[in-house]
Ligand binder design. Structure first.
Ligand code: F6P
Length: 547
């Protein structure tokens, strides 16, 4: 039987505590306590989280940890790692952690140790990648396969893409990796237009092998392959699949030996660690892929064993709850100060919003508090010249994660210190802001008369007191990328447990798919009787434009 978090004693305490914190400015908290940084930072798996620039005191932290405890977070964490059925609406365990369980600790589901199948699949991936590298698995005309095209969408695209982009410096020489996700034909056409079919390997990555976009793109790829000169009996040299649905992949024409299994205890958005990462394994090599898994495992072990008050994902998750549920915050920005991490916000959108975009409790009861935040963001410094204005002077409070490595893979001139200066400068502005007195003093010092300076000041005042987390590490390495993604996965899990929701199903995305199928039939037939006038008019216009 689940319990609404609002009924927990710590929730009520936090409502009262927020009232005493609402007008406290972080700049004063820093001035009153020279040791503030020492009190609010934590390290795990090579990642340092400095959360001192949050609107919290030690008392706040205590209440937040009390809330986590009262919501039985420690028990839920152990439950997940034990393989219990945490995803009750689909009756499934939640075991992405098994995919990177480098300790090989047995994890049992239905009486079977899933590590056996995890290890066997990893070995199959390694063997396959080695065969592609050596040319033992070659194209139909005997040429080495050099371009890997991953066909997949959602979790079969976003996470894998973050990994391959982030680890660009680790790519094996001579390989190219592309992605086709969208049902928009432009995605397909632009991706294949300069490809040589003889050296191209398509990986159809779909847990269900039933996702419309992926199936249509896989069919288009097979058709393209034939148009280029490939023969039906050569499909096996150029197409492999990753799926739980072996019959559907076989029906597509993929040989059983070219299929890589998935399991229903891995959610799509948590699947980059599985055979869904086959393309990354080929392009990065097994050693790098395993280092990625190791980094995630390091974060898993920290999450599993560290006390709540020193637990990095727990702290991130509870800070999010503090702002969303007690300050009325609605969104959270992820700002990466590293070009290689530019797709991280996209992946985190799926991980967070598909997981925690829920409106009923685990037992199906109504919810009268906010759940999943709107996740958005991008790379610094580009964002500074765009949406940071709203972060600094808009009417909304938007907490942000600033993410940056101390060392760059590309130390061009003095770019990296400048990037770091911007990374810190933005956080300074969020913390300190600029008071009216400071603005007026600055303007009058430049010769403006006081009356005019006072008139102008409100436009230039920056309130500050806008929370941010500093997330740093030495360099963007495979271990760090693994740890970073795992950190966010666990943050989402923490919030889902406290909110008493199921973070591991995604029924909300199904309705659009079903309705889309019916609309497609109406586009084909022209019969729009069942539709509202808006839908019917657009279908008619579409048919006319394409007649
Ligand atoms: O968009 C919903 C979703 O079910 C995601 O959860 C998933 O990652 C994506 O579709 C792709 O699913 P599949 O791997 O089964 O093609």
């Amino acid at each position: 039987m689940s319990q609404s978090p609002t009924q927990l004693p710590a929730w009520q305490t936090l409502i009262d505590h927020q009232k005493s914190m609402a007008d406290v400015h972080m700049r004063d908290l820093f001035r009153q306590d020279a040791q503030r940084y020492d009190k609010f930072n934590v390290n795990a798996a090579g990642i340092a989280l400095d959360y001192s620039k949050n609107r919290v005191t030690e008392e706040t932290l205590k209440h937040l940890i009390d809330l986590a405890e009262q919501a039985k977070l420690p028990e839920a964490i152990q439950s997940m790692f034990n393989g219990d059925v945490l995803n009750q609406s689909e009756n499934r365990s939640v075991l992405h952690i098994a995919l990177r369980n480098r300790s090989n600790r047995p994890i049992n589901v239905g009486g079977e140790n899933v590590m056996d199948t995890v290890n066997a699949t990893l070995n199959k991936m390694k063997t396959f990648a080695a065969r592609v590298h050596s040319g033992d698995f070659a194209g139909s005309t005997g040429k080495k396969l050099r371009t890997i095209v991953n066909i997949g969408i959602g979790g079969s695209f976003l996470g894998p893409k973050v990994v391959s982009d982030a680890l660009t410096p680790y790519w094996q020489e001579g390989y190219d990796l592309r992605y086709i996700a969208n049902i928009d034909g432009t995605d397909f056409a632009e991706t294949v237009k300069d490809l040589d079919y003889e050296t191209t390997l398509f990986i159809v990555a779909s847990k269900s092998f039933g996702t419309l976009e992926t199936l249509k793109n896989a069919e288009a790829a097979r058709e393209w392959f034939f148009q280029q000169g490939g023969k039906p009996e050569e499909v096996k040299n150029h197409f492999v699949a990753v799926s739980t649905n072996i019959p559907a992949a076989t029906g597509f024409g993929i040989e059983e030996e070219n299929m890589f299994p998935m399991w229903d205890w891995v959610g799509g958005r948590y699947s980059l660690w599985s055979a869904i990462g086959l393309a990354q394994m080929i392009v990065l090599g097994a050693e790098t892929f395993e280092a990625l898994l190791q980094g995630a495992h390091n974060m898993d072990e920290h999450f599993r064993t560290a006390p709540l008050a020193e637990n990095l994902p727990v702290i991130l998750g509870m800070l999010g709850i503090w702002y969303q549920n007690f300050f009325g915050v609605e969104s959270h920005a992820v700002l990466t100060y590293d070009e290689y991490l530019q797709d991280l916000p996209n992946h985190l959108q799926q991980v967070d919003m598909e997981s925690n975009g829920k409106r009923v409790t685990r037992d199906g009861g109504d919810i009268d508090y906010q759940t999943g935040a709107i996740i958005w963001g991008g790379t610094g410094t580009n964002g500074q010249h765009a949406y940071h204005q709203l972060i600094h002077q808009g009417t909304r409070l938007i907490p942000a994660d600033y993410i940056m490595p101390y060392r760059s893979h590309n130390p061009v001139a003095d770019h990296h210190p400048w990037l770091f200066a911007n990374y810190l400068g933005q956080q300074q502005a969020m913390l300190e802001g600029k008071t009216e007195a400071e603005v007026v003093a600055e303007l009058t010092a430049k010769g403006m008369d006081e009356e005019k300076a006072k008139w102008l000041a409100p436009h230039k005042v920056i309130p500050g007191n806008r929370p941010c987390n500093s997330i740093t590490f030495e360099k963007v390495t495979p271990e760090i990328v693994g740890a970073l993604i795992a950190m966010y996965e666990h943050k989402v899990c923490v919030q889902g447990i406290v909110w008493d929701i199921n973070s591991f199903d995604q029924w909300g995305v199904e309705l659009g798919k079903v309705l889309g199928n019916a609309v497609y039939d109406a586009i084909e037939s022209g019969n729009t009787d069942a539709y509202d006038s808006s839908t019917a008019a657009q279908i008619a216009a579409f048919r006319k434009a394409n007649s």
